[in-house]
Design a protein around this ligand. Structure first.
Ligand SMILES: [Zn+2]
Length: 256
């Protein structure tokens, strides 16, 4: 059994409404020591907090997904800052840029991303960054900040993401896509030092092979660990131990 922290899991989503309790129980029984839920919009904050009150295993982050950037207002920022005082609220996310779907105007996405990065820096908490088809702007914004810590969530394997991440000391969120047949990540992962890897599901999305296409959940991270071991030739227990420590460090989960 591996010790696992799922650093990005949308366990609050409706896909888990029927059996959330069992998913959490299964996680606990299979070595999962913490599950961190990112928010996508301000309506998530309170709901995630209640789930965290109910389950010791859960933690949450506050942020607005680039898809919903258009909904960001001063109320959302104030609410996020308020939640960051809660000890279960361990970061800011998910935030970033998504020029693939373009569901919010790009200038608004950039402003909201930058504002939330500032909130994270001011509160000394890590961020979870979502970036799709927007590497250049992401790099510019990240490089304009100081004292940033966090994770490039769902690392795509792109060279630009790798370069800026390594330069700024960010971690790389690795999940189900590593196991996909034609994943470019299989090559790129060789250039990512194990010291900067964290695992994540992005559940309910992106279930790894052999569960691809099904609803994802934290216990499936074992397939990602084993794929990584296969690629690197490293012992899977050694990998999981190191990545567990990385995750604990970046999100300051001293108590788990
Ligand atoms: Zn996500």
């Amino acid at each position: 059994m591996y010790e696992i922290i799922d650093t990005h899991c949308h366990l609050d989503m409706k896909e888990f409404d029927d059996d959330r309790d069992e998913v959490i129980k299964r996680s606990r029984e299979n070595g999962v020591r913490a599950i961190i839920m990112p928010s996508t919009m301000k309506e998530d904050f309170e709901n995630e907090k209640s789930l965290c009150d109910e389950y010791g295993l859960l933690f949450y982050m506050v942020g607005i997904h680039p898809h919903d950037a258009k909904t960001a207002d001063s109320e959302a920022y104030d609410l996020a800052k308020k939640h960051l005082k809660n000890k279960k609220c361990v970061g800011v996310g998910e935030i970033g840029l998504d020029y693939y779907y373009d569901l919010s105007p790009r200038d608004k996405q950039r402003d909201v991303f930058s504002d939330f990065l500032d909130i994270a820096i001011k509160n000394s908490v890590p961020v979870s960054i979502h970036c799709r088809d927007a590497d250049d702007d992401m790099v510019d914004i990240l490089r304009s900040k100081k004292d940033l810590k966090g994770v490039i969530h769902c690392f795509s394997g792109s060279e630009k993401q790798l370069e800026v991440g390594l330069d700024l000391g960010l971690y790389f969120g690795i999940g189900g896509t590593l196991t996909f047949k034609n994943s470019v990540l299989k090559e790129a992962i060789r250039d990512v030092p194990l010291d900067f890897v964290v695992f994540e599901t992005d559940a309910p999305y992106l279930a790894p092979v052999p569960k691809r296409g099904k609803r994802n959940e934290p216990v499936y991270i074992k397939y990602v660990i084993e794929k990584m071991a296969e690629i690197s030739g490293e012992n899977p227990h050694k990998i999981s131990k190191k990545v567990f420590e990385n995750s604990k460090n970046v999100f300051s989960l001293d108590r788990i």
